[in-house]
Write a protein that binds this ligand. Structure first.
Ligand code: GLC
Length: 550
């Protein structure tokens, strides 16, 4: 059968690999990853028969930054932080990546800048500064009371009073991250100029940070209160996010790049927005191409929850839009630890990998997850991220998921010749690329096989998602079906969420595109090429299988 890939926009058949630049590969011994380091590791990602086989890298921010939020506080949108290298290093990375068929997706923070950005320095300098209205300034309610009750995502009030002029500025995250005023056309033009700058340098798309925060109700009404443990959730975020303004901005952005239709915009929108994250697809062709939906990522490893959330998020995507599939990123504990709680983490992570590459959508792999890398065990003095520090030890925070990539069992796991900026994860001597590369039973080998299988299958790449309603409830079953003319390719996927053997039987009343087939991939490799029958089949503990239906 012909392969559909060449007919789809590239991002619909792509596997995207997220690199946290601080932690991928250091090239100069300062203990911090950098761009020449990433370039030196590209063969691992693509270009040789043994490569992982991904299609694009998403780089978490590499712009100059005081690093209060590790790059999500940008000081200059059109340069590279000296810790990571130079624009020349970036150009080399881009051309070396493109030579191997790897696209580049930049992280772009549109909602806020660093408080050290020249725009903000000018804005705060006086009430009459030319850039005053590039950010949100307001008078307090009284001498020491902020304009309203809005809470910042990282704790405390979303307003900070500035000594220079006595007014308050708005920051939805850290006080070092003032929010840009998107009602001001000059702000929009400046940021669209940034998009143009990177497109002209050759990037292929953008991951848009915290995109549902772009608009605010500038009458500054209080948010309604509600009961919750953590301060941020003690209010309904009715007026400080998810305003029509954000949708207008995205429509304008999409129109701005219409001369480059290959450009992809993947947005991060938090889940409890009206209409859910899917609202940010717009009609399906006028806002974002892909919108992260973190409900699955936040779910416990529980079959009913997965069944429901997979279906809901799949069906929420309008025609023209495309779902990303993501279980881990730089803001969350790694999914091997989250899903692994109360069970066998490695076996569950293997089953999760099978879901990642067989659900409908673009899989996003967070560096190290393909090795089964665990969260780092960090002490108070190791922590770097202000948000992690603020809630430590009550919340695990974000630093544990940001530890260096383990390449081998040599000094500092081959990540640096110096002292790594965060300690290595405890299991780096066994969990590293060199150790797993030639072991057919490793997590890395499973990821490679799954990626290959997805690429070779129209059903897994472009097929529809159809749940299969059959017991027992511990197993999640679905079909991926691709039809072209009179030809059909159908795959059955089954994942056992329990640690017991399960016997499954699919009643003849359940619509199936074939009741016999062959197991093409199992997380327990020994079953492969086994014949399969819908009447009755067994699933091993935590096992996941892909069956080619006949
Ligand atoms: C996004 C990023 C996170 C960052 C925040 C503020 O959620 O993923 O790392 O701290 O936005 O920019």
């Amino acid at each position: 059968m012909f392969l559909i890939h060449s007919e789809l926009p590239w991002w619909q058949s792509a596997v995207i690999y997220q690199i946290y630049p601080w932690s991928f590969q250091d090239s100069n011994g300062d203990g911090i990853g950098d761009l020449p380091g990433i370039t030196s590791r590209l063969d691992y990602l693509k270009g040789t028969p043994d490569s992982l086989g991904i299609d694009a890298i998403w780089l978490s921010p590499i712009y100059p930054s005081p690093m209060h939020d590790f790059g999500y506080d940008v000081m200059d949108y059109c340069d590279i932080d000296p810790r990571f290298g130079t624009l020349a290093d970036f150009d080399r990375l881009t051309s070396e990546a493109h030579r191997r068929g790897i696209r580049i997706v930049m992280d772009l923070v549109l909602n806020h800048t660093s408080d050290q950005h020249p725009w903000f320095l000018e804005s705060r300098s006086s009430r009459t500064s030319a850039k005053r209205d590039w950010y949100y300034w307001a008078d307090g309610k009284s001498a020491h009371r902020p304009p309203n009750n809005w809470a910042a995502r990282f704790g405390g009030s979303a307003w900070t009073q500035d000594r220079q002029t006595g007014q308050y500025y708005l920051h939805s995250f850290l006080r070092e991250q003032p929010d840009l005023n998107w009602t001001n056309p000059a702000v929009r033009d400046a940021l669209f100029g940034v998009v143009r700058f990177w497109l002209e340098r050759g990037v292929d798309g953008f991951r848009l940070d915290a995109i549902n925060w772009l608009g605010k109700d500038t009458n500054w009404p209080n948010n309604p209160r509600r009961l919750a443990w953590r301060s941020y959730y003690r209010q309904v975020h009715r007026y400080d996010r998810d305003q029509p303004q954000a949708h207008e901005a995205l429509r304008a952005l999409r129109a701005f790049v219409k001369d480059r239709p290959e450009t992809v915009f993947v947005g991060e929108a938090s889940s409890d927005t009206p209409g859910g994250p899917a609202a940010f697809y717009g009609t399906g062709s006028d806002e974002l191409h892909e919108v992260f939906d973190f409900r699955l990522l936040r779910s416990p490893w529980q079959p009913d929850a997965f069944r429901r959330l997979i279906l809901e998020s799949d069906r929420a995507v309008p025609l023209g839009g495309w779902p990303p599939v993501v279980f881990s990123n730089h803001d969350q504990s790694r999914h091997i630890d989250r899903y692994g709680k109360g069970g066998d983490p490695v076996r569950r992570a293997r089953a999760a990998a099978l879901l990642l590459f067989t659900l409908r959508g673009t899989p996003f792999v967070y560096y190290g997850e393909e090795l089964g890398l665990r969260d780092g065990t960090l002490g108070r003095s190791d922590l770097r991220d202000p948000y992690t520090i603020r809630y430590w030890p009550w919340k695990k925070g974000r630093d544990p998921a940001r530890t260096p990539m383990p390449w081998d069992a040599e000094l500092q796991a081959g990540f640096t010749t110096g002292k790594p900026w965060l300690p290595l994860s405890r299991d780096w001597r066994e969990t590293n690329v060199a150790h797993e590369q030639w072991d057919a039973g490793s997590m890395l080998s499973l990821y490679k096989r799954l990626i290959r299988l997805k690429k070779e299958s129209n059903a897994l790449t472009a097929g529809t998602y159809q749940p299969v309603d059959a017991g027992p409830k511990e197993c999640v079953l679905y079909q991926r079906i691709f039809q072209a003319g009179s030809r059909t390719e159908a795959m059955l996927i089954a994942v056992n969420f329990s640690s017991q053997v399960q016997t499954v039987s699919i009643p003849t009343t359940v619509p199936m595109h074939g009741r016999v087939g062959t197991v093409t991939l199992s997380t327990d490799a020994k079953r492969e090429t086994e014949r399969w029958n819908a009447e009755r089949f067994q699933m091993g503990p935590d096992e996941g299988i892909v069956v080619r239906l006949e």
